[in-house]
Design a protein around this ligand. Structure first.
Ligand code: NAD
Ligand code: UDP
Ligand code: UDP
Length: 343
């Protein structure tokens, strides 16, 4: 049949991953804004496999259809090309609001648009949630803590953000998104959840998004110099994407309405991280310090006691396991793009 359809240039019916059967009472209509992005697409996979109806809204600024193409045509799935700075009228039970550029080069590319997406876009999602009575989860960030003076960072820390620095469009945008969420909760009784997401990595990260994980892996795979910005003593704590998705789903399902840190507390200096990647990938790349970036937070590590206590959640995937999967993904992507260039 497949060969016959191909000869007739008709579309071969796609085989979808097996989704759970849910009866109409437990099946929800779930909107994922930014669902064609890195985190969003993994969340979509989990929600689809659990048997829900999923609507992805994305303007494809940093996301791409490829990340969700395996669901296109499935009866439970819908993909809408839409910019959430504009109002959106649909009927849903839950909203995961992830739409926003996330890596520093992307969110600095058009700072005004980043602010609009995180403020006007969030108002639209809260307005939608208010109208239809949906629960809404806002993807906030560890960047609300800025360059923190408290270490590790608990949710009770108010942060240390430069309001006019190069990162402000994102940091302050997300801080306003949080403020909006609690204003709508108090004034309009909207049911909100706020996830403060710490550095996350994994397959489907944007190849050229300039974040440290993608940069170092690509540099090592291409035998190029691994570029450490500044002295390399600044720290980050890296979480594998499947852990984050479990945390987001647990937070949405919980009754906990205060902000919750979702991250992996295992902390590394960027210098150490460069060595870890170089050794994992192998090859002759050497590690070099280059100019530091402005307002780079010097230490970052989540205090996750709130998530443990209220969600029963903690990350499970060790760095070496998650990195291996990510390296495999990037090396396949490199092969795919060089193959495409050759043809
Ligand atoms: P990503 O760039 O891969 O995904 C963001 C998605 O939002 C993309 O598909 C993009 O096209 C879409 N988008 C951007 N602006 C939009 C707009 N105006 N209208 C509609 N769609 C729009 O980034 P990600 O890493 O998947 O991040 C997802 C969310 O998690 C973001 O809100 C980000 O701020 C947050 N977050 C991520 C991390 C991380 O380490 N990945 C850390 C903290 C917070
Ligand atoms: N909004 C939306 N979809 C909806 C409901 C509202 O996009 O289903 C937008 C609406 O356009 C408005 C924003 O959300 O700009 C905030 O809505 P709210 O009801 O709080 O404000 P109002 O409409 O009263 O200004
Ligand atoms: N970084 C680096 N080399 C790179 C990219 C990033 O040394 O090629 C550093 C960056 O200066 C920061 C850390 O790695 O200290 C994490 O940067 P990233 O952009 O991934 O995320 P951030 O946590 O800063 O948002």
């Amino acid at each position: 049949l497949e060969a016959k359809l191909r000869r007739l240039e008709l579309r071969v019916p796609q085989r979808f991953p097996d989704v759970k059967f849910l009866n109409y009472k437990s099946r929800k209509r779930i909107l994922v804004t930014g669902g064609a992005g890195f985190v969003g697409s993994h969340l979509v996979d989990q929600l689809m496999l659990a048997g829900h109806e999923v609507i992805v809204v994305d303007n494809f600024f940093t996301g791409r259809k490829r990340n969700v193409e395996h669901w296109i045509g499935h009866e439970n799935f819908e993909l809408i090309h839409h910019d959430i700075v504009n109002p959106l009228f649909i009927e849903v039970d839950e909203i995961y609001h992830l739409a926003s550029p996330a890596s520093p080069p992307h969110y600095m590319y058009n700072p005004v648009k980043t602010i609009k997406t995180n403020t006007v876009g969030t108002i639209n999602m809260l307005g939608l949630a208010k109208r239809v009575g949906a629960k809404v989860l806002i993807a906030s960030t560890s960047e609300v803590y800025g360059d923190p003076e408290v270490h590790p960072q608990p949710e009770t820390y108010w942060g240390h953000v430069n309001p006019i620095g190069p990162r402000a469009c994102y940091d302050e945008g997300k801080r306003v998104a949080e403020t909006l969420s609690y204003a709508y909760a108090k004034q309009e009784r909207v049911n909100v959840r706020v996830a403060r997401i710490f550095n996350t990595y994994g397959p489907r990260m944007h190849m050229n998004d300039g974040r440290v994980v993608s940069n170092f892996i690509l540099q090592a795979l291409r035998n190029e110099t691994i570029t450490v910005y500044g002295h390399g003593k600044q720290t980050r704590s890296f979480q594998y994407v499947s852990d984050l998705v479990d945390g987001l789903i647990a937070l949405m399902a919980s009754n906990y309405t205060q902000p919750v840190n979702l991250g992996n507390p295992t902390e590394h200096t960027i210098e150490e991280f460069a060595v870890i990647i170089k050794e994992l990938v192998g090859g002759p790349s050497h590690i070099q310090q280059v100019a530091a970036v402005e307002d780079d937070p010097q230490r970052r590590k989540p205090d996750i006691s709130r998530a443990k206590r209220n969600l029963g959640w903690e990350p499970k995937v060790p760095l070496n396991v998650g990195l291996r999967k990510t390296v495999k993904y990037f090396s396949r992507e490199l092969q795919r793009t060089s193959h495409a260039e050759r043809n």
